[in-house]
Design a protein around this ligand. Structure first.
Ligand code: GLU
Length: 327
């Protein structure tokens, strides 16, 4: 076939089936302006840390600045809802976490968005362990004593989380339901402010993701009691997992990925995913992510979509089985 004939066939096809042509054409000029990356939690939390570590180098790989925009509130739902309302051209992307895609929607069926249907998965960047860490004045250093103290003092202590419907909220409610302990929930706009108040002694403990909690643990301002991870962590070898502590259902990791609004063209998805791969494989980025205790995942859009569906199913089942409710 000659070039002219091939071109006219392409035009004819494009006219008949516009999406065949529009997809790739849109990605050619993309991104044509700075990309806004919505972080659905306050600064200082794990979502913010991962977005900023990857964001700068992602911008270099895409040839445009990536602006991190913290939109915390309602356990990440406010940021997710804002992303849902953006045009699907790739100039506004969002961090999707286990909270916004699974825990929040499972706990609150009226959250206002469908984590599967309303977003386009791009890539899961990293998985992180979770941790319960207490203020140094709390009278326990291990999971068994911790539980004993809580059981003897129902309602005396409170726990901070990244918000209502966040993974910390859901997992702590699960722990309470399995153990019979009672601790009061104090939701924040993200782990950053929750950590600050725990360090200041306003709340007794925090259920957090490791990357944001680790610096406070390393400086002795918080004491780790138990971690959610498949094995003990090299950073905290003396701290047992939830599985070891007898609470295996709580022993699940968190994840941090990138999504766009629904209908993001495949060519844009591929371009962003390739740029994230490139940025995250830079030795300094890789080192900074791994130093936080996270594991790089860097999977395909399909695999990330499958993960979101699977995690949502797991948490829906947890909520139903344990009868967990928003307080
Ligand atoms: N706990 C949240 C999550 O895993 C992140 C909290 C934050 O970044 O402040 O989705």
């Amino acid at each position: 076939m000659t070039t002219t004939r091939r071109n006219s066939l392409r035009w004819a096809l494009a006219a008949a089936v516009p999406s065949l042509w529009i997809g790739p054409a849109r990605a050619q000029g993309y991104p044509s302006k700075p990309v806004r990356l919505i972080v659905p939690f306050a600064a200082g939390g794990t979502t913010d840390i991962i977005a900023r570590v990857v964001g700068q180098r992602l911008g270099e790989a895409l040839g445009q600045t990536v602006i991190v925009d913290n939109k915390g509130g309602a356990g990440g739902a406010l940021g997710a809802l804002e992303l849902m309302r953006q045009p699907p051209d790739g100039h506004v992307l969002g961090m999707a976490t286990v909270s916004t895609t699974a825990a929040g929607p499972a706990l609150n069926p009226r959250i206002g968005y469908d984590p599967v249907a309303d977003f386009t998965p791009i890539i899961n960047i990293a998985a992180t362990p979770n941790v319960i860490a207490v203020h140094p004045s709390f009278p326990a250093r291990d999971p068994a004593t911790f539980l004993q103290v809580l059981r003897r003092n129902p309602g005396r202590y409170s726990f901070g989380t990244a918000g209502t419907g966040s993974i910390g909220h859901l997992q702590m409610e699960l722990y309470k339901s399995l153990s019979g302990a009672f601790v009061t929930h104090i939701p924040y706009r993200g782990s950053g402010p929750a950590l600050n108040d725990t360090v200041a002694g306003q709340v007794a403990m925090v259920f957090d993701n490791l990357p944001s909690a680790l610096p406070f643990i390393q400086s002795g301002q918080l004491v780790p009691i138990v971690v959610a991870a498949p094995q003990r962590l090299p950073q905290l070898p003396a701290v047992p997992t939830f599985k070891e502590a007898g609470f295996e259902p709580v022993n699940r990791m968190a994840y941090y990925g990138l999504v766009g609004p629904k209908g993001l063209p495949r060519a844009v998805v591929d371009k962003v995913a390739a740029a994230v791969q490139k940025a995250a494989h830079l030795p300094d980025v890789q080192k900074r992510i791994e130093a936080t205790g996270s594991q790089l995942v860097l999977n395909t859009p399909e695999a990330f979509g499958d993960q979101i569906r699977a995690e949502l199913a797991v948490y829906r089942q947890v909520v139903e089985r344990q009868g967990l409710k928003l307080e």
